[in-house]
Design a protein around this ligand. Structure first.
Ligand code: KIV
Length: 272
C-alpha cells in the first residue's frame, strides 16, 4: 500500500448534506494550475461556461461548445484532488430533450471524470433534472440570472428587484430541488429574495451576487483576482493580479531590451 494518504474527493452528496451547515466555498476554475491552487480552499470547483468570456474572449456564454467544456473539465480534474468538480453544460447541449441532456451529460462525466454537471433553468428544466438524476447524473441547478438566456433577458440583469418577479424565482428554486438537484446556484438576485429562497429550499443554495444568508458562495476566480477588468457589482476583489502580471511582464521586457536577461545564472555552459 502507498505510504501517501489517499485524499478523498468530495461528492455531490457531501455538498447536499451541507444544507444549513458550514458555508460552502466555491470558485470557478478552467485550467490545471489554477485548479491546483484553489483546490485545498474550496469544497467544489466549477468549470463554468463563463470560460468562454474569461478565457476565450467571447461576448457571452452562448457560443461555448461541449468540446470546450470537456477540454477544460479534463484540465481541472488533473489539477485538483479534493474538491468536487462540477462542469457546466453549455447552451444547446441539454434544452432540447431529457434524452439529449443525458447523452451530453454522460459524455461530460465519462470524458472528464467530473462528479456532477450544472445546467441553467428552473421549472422548465425540472423534468430534465429528474431524468438525469434518476439515471445516475448528479445535477447542480442554476436559477435567477441565467447567463445563457442573455439574448432573451436583454442583458446580464439582476433578477427579483421588483417584488412581482419573486413568485416565479421562488418556484424555480423549489422545482429544481423537488426534481432532485443536489444544490442550486442563485445568481444576481435581490438580497431579501435570495435570503428567503435560502431559507425555504431544502438543498444548498449557492449564491453569486445573492446573499450571505445562502448556504455557500461561488465567484468567477479571475474576477475576484482582478484579472478580468470590468466586473459585476457583486464581485469583491480579493487580489489584484492584473497589476502584478503587468509589473512582471514590464520587468521582463525591460530586462530583455537592456540585455540583462538572460544573465550568466540562466544560461548553460559547455560541460568540459
Ligand atoms: O459559468 C459560470 O462561471 C457560472 C457561475 C457564474 C455560477 O455559472
Amino acid at each position: 500500500m502507498s505510504s501517501q494518504a489517499q485524499i478523498r474527493r468530495l461528492t455531490a452528496l457531501d455538498i447536499r448534506n451541507r444544507k444549513s451547515g458550514d458555508p460552502i466555498v466555491s470558485l470557478t476554475a478552467y485550467t490545471a494550475p489554477m485548479a491546483a491552487l484553489a483546490d485545498r480552499h474550496c469544497d467544489f470547483l466549477l468549470v463554468g461556461d463563463s470560460l468562454g468570456m474569461v478565457v476565450h474572449g467571447l461576448d457571452s456564454t452562448v457560443p461555448v461548445t461541449l468540446e470546450m467544456m470537456i477540454l477544460h473539465g479534463q484540465a481541472v480534474m488533473r489539477g485538483s484532488q479534493r474538491a468536487l468538480i462540477v462542469v457546466d453544460m453549455p447552451f444547446g447541449s441539454y434544452e432540447e430533450s431529457p434524452e439529449q441532456a443525458f447523452r451530453n451529460a454522460a459524455r461530460i462525466m465519462q470524458e472528464t471524470g467530473c462528479g456532477a454537471v450544472k445546467l441553467e433553468g428552473g421549472q422548465r428544466m425540472a423534468p430534465t433534472i429528474r431524468f438525469l438524476v434518476e439515471r445516475g447524473i448528479p445535477v447542480m441547478a442554476h436559477v435567477g440570472l441565467t447567463p445563457q438566456a442573455v439574448n432573451v433577458l436583454g442583458g446580464f440583469k439582476a433578477q427579483g428587484r421588483n417584488r412581482d418577479e419573486w413568485p416565479a424565482i421562488i418556484a424555480d428554486a423549489g422545482a429544481v430541488a423537488e426534481a432532485g438537484a443536489f444544490a442550486v446556484v442563485l445568481e444576481a438576485v435581490a438580497e431579501p429574495l435570495a435570503a428567503e429562497i435560502a431559507g425555504r429550499v431544502a438543498i444548498p443554495v449557492i449564491g453569486i451576487g445573492a446573499s450571505s444568508a445562502c448556504d455557500g458562495q461561488v465567484l468567477v476566480l479571475d474576477d475576484m483576482l482582478g484579472l478580468t477588468g470590468r466586473v459585476p457589482k457583486f464581485v469583491k476583489l480579493f487580489g489584484n493580479l492584473a497589476e502584478e502580471v503587468d509589473k512582471a511582464v514590464a520587468g521582463y521586457a525591460d530586462a530583455v531590451r537592456s540585455r540583462a536577461f538572460p544573465g550568466p545564472e540562466h544560461v548553460y555552459a559547455v560541460k568540459d
